[in-house]
Design a protein. Structure first.
Length: 161
């Protein structure tokens, strides 16, 4: 398991998977493991600004550039907070942002396939009942859609000690 993909949506729940991914990566000798930190950004509904006489202007490009910039900044912060010890141990940490053009689960599985990932580590949000029915589970869909092993960390799970 030398190529490990960790997914994040920048939530506290997604950060619970980081310690588990690091533990797997540290099982290898220095320089043999790579961590891929991936965030998939879902497309937003276009924002319209109404002007006098009913004219509207849609600034999708500017909005997407700002979202990408913020995501890059947040990924850097996560790397500094969680992965400095990995880099010190000789584990390479790569960060990737994908703008979703398909369902998030499919973006994750396609990234894993293209990067020849050996293990996907992700957490759940712990939704149940109506919340799970409405929102679904990205982790559940990834497990069903990929041939890559997936380690799913429940949101109630404490980080590794």
């Amino acid at each position: 398991m030398t190529k490990i993909l960790i997914t994040t949506d920048f939530s506290k729940e997604s950060e619970q998977a980081f310690a588990h991914a690091l533990a797997y990566a540290k099982l290898h000798r220095a320089g043999e493991a790579d961590l891929y930190l991936l965030s998939v950004l879902e497309d937003l509904i276009p924002v319209s600004v109404q002007f006098e006489f009913g004219l509207s202007y849609i600034d999708n490009q500017g909005l997407h550039e700002e979202i990408m910039h913020q995501a890059e900044s947040r990924l850097l912060s996560l790397m500094e907070k969680h992965f400095l010890s990995a880099e010190a141990a000789g584990i390479k940490v790569h960060r990737h942002i994908v703008r979703a053009t398909r369902p998030v689960s499919l973006e994750i599985t396609e990234f894993a396939k293209a990067a020849k990932i050996n293990l996907i580590v992700m957490s759940t949000h712990g939704r149940s009942g109506l919340g799970h029915f409405v929102m679904g589970s990205v982790a559940e869909r990834v497990v069903r859609e990929t041939f890559t092993p997936v380690l799913v960390i429940p949101s109630r799970n404490a980080a590794l000690n």
